[in-house]
Design a protein around this ligand. Structure first.
Ligand code: ZN
Length: 377
């Protein structure tokens, strides 16, 4: 293995070993601040921690351009610091065939520490080899795994780049996320009336029954061919001998068509209202649009993030592969804020499971890809 290849693998192992589930990214941020100081870049932390109730904010850094691209448009590289649970006390194992896993009691955290490792080592290579490059912005976000809360809370007025790459898309080499949905989450509270279940049940208003009547009318799963609906939790009542006064329901809607997400939400609201009214109960519904849909034009306009990505892959003899995602990522926020962002390949597989893995070979090629993206006009 070449010296720099070993270095990126070591960097990844170091980063993956650090705890940092969503809202607890502090140790990762402290590590990054130290590492970037050595690269003469000061990472600044924003005030997102207070806004979202975490122990850390988003980190932002800027590197001046160099040589013939010094005055080119800046380019942003973004990766998220948090992992899903179980993500603490990770033990990283490298097998003889180059596969890297956890000990299967936690996730590996390649999602998205491999993205961070690739960005650091690609930039380190650019500096050491004194390569010409445009100005580069670095953004390391918190709570991406929680509806992209960190990137949503970011103050975009300080971002100078019109283009952004976020290596956070799992799959075969060269994938990118061609579309991501609008996601609305909702919470319903039905308030009926308590009464003794044995002595005078007729005086009560059963909130659970009203909720059940509504839920039985709502089509879950695929609401249409591009919209999903899920009621994920329900909770209600307090004891078996009282008519239940309250019932709480939580769910979410995702759609590849923004208007259809909202239309589906409206229909859910009216069904709950109708059934609550029929039962004589009250209903309170909170909805929140968490992320907003985008779709990438496969035509790839010259100079766009997608066109640059395709060109960088070509240099490696690879091709870009569009992948439809129904998840959502930091890129949704970046695009919503007018940046031509692309969620690009990151070497990570079986993400969000304890079977998550990556490979030495993929990390090495991926880091080279990031280096090409950092240095091509
Ligand atoms: Zn991710």
């Amino acid at each position: 293995m070449r010296k720099n290849d070993k270095r990126v693998i070591d960097r990844f192992i170091e980063l993956a070993s650090i705890d940092g589930e969503s809202f607890n990214e502090r140790p990762v941020a402290d590590y990054l601040i130290r590492k970037f100081q050595k690269l003469r870049i000061q990472l600044c932390e924003d005030d997102t921690a207070g806004k979202i109730g975490g122990n850390c904010g988003n980190l932002y850094g800027f590197a001046e351009g160099r040589g013939k691209y010094a005055d080119s448009e800046p380019v942003l590289f973004c990766a998220h610091m948090d992992t899903v649970a179980p993500g603490n006390n990770k033990k990283i194992i490298i097998k003889d065939d180059g596969t890297i896993t956890s000990d299967h009691t936690t996730v590996l955290g390649a999602d998205d520490r491999v993205g961070i490792a690739g960005i650091i080592e690609a930039y380190t290579g650019v500096v050491e080899e004194e390569l010409d490059h445009p100005p580069i912005e670095f953004l390391f976000t918190v709570a991406e795994e929680v509806y992209g809360l960190g990137s949503t809370a970011l103050d975009y007025s300080k971002i100078r780049s019109g283009l952004a790459f976020a290596p956070d898309c799992s799959g075969e080499y060269g994938v990118y996320s061609s579309c991501e949905p609008t996601l609305i989450s909702f919470e319903v509270r039905i308030k009926g009336k308590a009464s003794h279940a044995g002595y005078e049940p007729e005086k009560g208003i059963n909130a659970i029954a009203a909720a059940a009547a509504a839920i039985s009318r709502i089509k879950q799963g695929w609401a249409d061919d591009h919209t999903t609906l899920n009621i994920g939790t329900i909770e209600g009542g307090s004891v078996t001998n009282a008519v239940p006064e309250t019932c709480f329901i939580k769910g979410e809607i995702r759609s590849g068509v923004h208007e259809d997400a909202h239309r589906t939400m409206e229909s859910v609201k009216s069904i709950f209202s109708e059934e609550a009214t029929r039962a004589g109960a009250q209903v309170f519904i909170d909805t929140k649009e968490r992320i907003t849909v985008y779709r990438k034009d496969p035509g790839a306009v010259p100079g766009s993030a997608l066109e640059r990505y395709k060109r960088a892959l070509e240099k490696q003899g690879k091709t870009a592969v569009a992948k439809k995602s129904f998840g959502g990522s930091d890129i949704n926020s970046l695009i919503k804020n007018g940046i031509d962002g692309l969620n690009i390949y990151g070497p990570m597989h079986n993400i969000h499971t304890t079977e998550e893995y990556t490979t030495v070979q993929e990390i090495v090629s991926f880091t080279e890809l990031i280096k090409i993206l950092m240095t091509q006009p």
